[in-house]
Design a protein around this ligand. Structure first.
Ligand SMILES: [Zn+2]
Length: 262
């Protein structure tokens, strides 16, 4: 598990001054070829919006990355398994597409997802190079969306899984995520390793570790353990820093965004 660096107001990336607060994984910064950010309560979509997109906040990310808001691709997230490849032709229409993962090999186009407990995962291939952003709630985790994103990157970009680097952002931790049979049934059906990611909590109750499940999924399709970096921060425990749907109900969303430098 790698540490996460906090960028407070006035942090500088790509020659532009950011007024938002966000987290990055230092191991990813070191590559120098990508920009990435996990926003916090201080730079996300805002509780007042109740999760509805506020272009201003995506604009803050665009500003921090030194690009126009029209160069940031996001989708209509539906807890499914659809993955969209973004390029110059479809970037404008992307936000009306029902999908939970985006990928691109176009420099200067950022791809991002919104979360508030669900697991955000950023992937990049330093060789092609190419990037992806994945939104994995329990339903998409069970549908193995992150594995499908890795396969799709191989198909579209010839990205070898063994060289892919993954950054798993802040998400709800197992100590705060208790589930019952309607969730645990599909988890048990999908994963031979379900005992490794859950703990019984009395009759028909389990704690579930979605981050660990996605971590194992990534290793199963060939990512090296040293290339998987997790923030290790619980959105529900750290309410001062993150939005948590479980803890708060109606709330905002954080953004997890990655871009190949132009
Ligand atoms: Zn917690």
């Amino acid at each position: 598990m790698s540490t996460v660096k906090s960028h407070h107001k006035k942090s500088t990336i790509a020659g532009s001054v950011s007024e938002m607060e966000y987290l990055t994984v230092p191991a990813l910064d070191k590559t120098g070829r990508f920009l990435h950010a996990f926003t916090t309560r201080h730079g996300g979509l805002g509780a007042k919006s109740n999760g509805v997109r506020q272009p201003d906040d995506w604009s803050a990310v665009a500003h921090a990355f030194g690009i126009h808001i029209d160069r940031v691709a996001m989708v209509n997230q539906v807890h499914g398994e659809n993955i969209i490849r973004i390029d110059e032709l479809n970037i404008r229409g992307a936000r009306s597409v029902h999908a939970d993962a985006l990928m691109t090999d176009v420099p200067g186009i950022a791809v991002g997802v919104e979360t508030a407990d669900c697991v955000p995962i950023l992937l990049f291939d330093p060789v092609r190079p190419a990037v992806a952003a994945v939104h994995a709630g329990w339903r998409s985790t069970v549908k193995k969306i992150v594995q499908k994103a890795v396969y799709r990157m191989h198909e579209e970009f010839r990205s070898e899984p063994s060289r892919l680097i993954a950054a798993i952002g802040p998400a709800i931790g197992p100590e705060c995520y208790e589930v019952d049979e309607p969730v645990m049934g599909p988890v048990q059906a999908a994963f031979s390793f379900w005992r490794e990611v859950s703990e019984p909590q009395g009759k028909d109750r389990w704690s579930l570790d979605l981050v660990k499940a996605n971590h194992i999924e990534l290793m199963q399709v060939g990512l090296a353990e040293k290339n998987i970096h997790a923030a290790g921060m619980c959105t529900s425990c750290r309410k001062e820093l993150f939005y948590s749907f479980r803890a708060e109900g109606r709330t905002g969303r954080m953004l997890s965004v990655i871009m190949l430098k132009p």
